[in-house]
Design a protein around this ligand. Structure first.
Ligand SMILES: [Zn+2]
Length: 67
């Protein structure tokens, strides 16, 4: 059983590296709602925290598929 906190900090580091290596603008259709929390938003996200969390979730999901 892997320590959850250790895993999280490892993933956090890997995610930062991923952002640096793959820095690019994403084009997502505007739905009028935040992609992460579904609050009404003018862009894809209601705040930068949601964008970051969404990117993080997407990244972790993609890592999971590879394994
Ligand atoms: Zn949001």
């Amino acid at each position: 059983m892997v320590d959850d906190i250790d895993l999280a900090s490892q993933n956090e580091e890997a995610f930062r590296q991923h952002l640096i290596a793959n820095h690019r603008e994403q084009t997502l259709p505007i739905t009028g709602r935040c992609y992460y929390c579904e609050a009404p938003a003018e862009g894809n996200f209601c705040c930068k925290e949601c964008r970051e969390d969404w990117e993080k979730r997407k990244y972790f999901d993609s890592q999971r598929r590879i394994e």
